[in-house]
Ligand binder design. Sequence first.
Ligand code: UDP
Ligand code: MG
Length: 328
Amino acid sequence: MRKIREQDRLDLSIVVPLYNEEENVNLLHTRIQTVLETIDKTYEIIYVDDGSRDQTYPLLKQIHQQNKHVKVVKFRGNFGQSAAMSAGFDAARGDVVIAMDGDLQNDPIDMPRLLDKLEEGYDLVSGWRKNRKDKLIIRKVPSKIANKIICSVTRVKLHDTGCSLKAFRSEIIKRINLYGELHRFIPALAKIEGARISEMVVTHHPRKFGKSKYNITRTFRVIVDLMAMNLFMKYLRNPLRFFGKIGVMFIVFGIISSLWILYRVYLFNKPLTDINILLTSVFLFIATGFQFIVWGLLADLIVKTGKRKSIYLTEKIPINGKSFMKSK
Ligand code: UDP
Ligand code: MG
């Protein structure tokens, strides 16, 4: 986790990932800025350009030049929404971080209410698109099913885990490592960190400009991530428990069968050579068991001490002669 100097701290960071959103950029910024001016907080807006090929980045750059509250992170390629959000969270200096989509489907007008809810004593407040304005068959239905599965697997009860509009306390969001499509599971990942989670009904608009970046294949990727997530939730902190259980099972089985063989040898006076192969395989069981335990120990070591490779690569953008974010 990057340390933030005390004098650099802010009350609030807004993080917005953008990929080919040229028609939305200016309007989005005006809306965010208008709302932020009504609340008495120090803030920054971090726009992450996820390798757009349209005018998104030049427009963001213009906004940045006119507004000292705006930071822009530019990716070298399209690394995906999770990576873009992750870069925004890494750069954030606010005590509270609000994430939202950059296509105007989320409405910045909900931000003050999210902050109020957080103040009630939560670490994460997740938006709930109760009146969602997306297509029924290809978007809302798969999303409802996915939400049900995600909730039952991760045991975090929310109506709408897929809503990007969320507010977090920075100490929680900065501990979360996102990859794949994991931004959908932020509440579950936050729960692992001990977060108190709540949800709030938020406004949702149909997409007016630009196209959605996803199609139905996303559902499959989400399911794969969900399986990884399930393992994560159970064993991320203690892989030794996962491998250890298997190891112990092998060892117990090995010991019981060796005792049984030895018992037969002594009881029935069978020559040991008769059952040599059996005995060897039984001992192999014990050796395999120990091997699992050693793997568990190694995995434990990696999880607890290993450094993860960054999932994105930023371009250095000279801002007032200094690069704002170091390329990872
Ligand atoms: N996005 C991104 N990288 C991607 C795909 C999407 O940064 O590879 C951004 C996109 O510009 C938008 C947000 O993530 O601001 C949500 O994407 P989209 O609106 O396409 O998703 P949907 O609302 O259709 O689920
Ligand atoms: Mg959208």
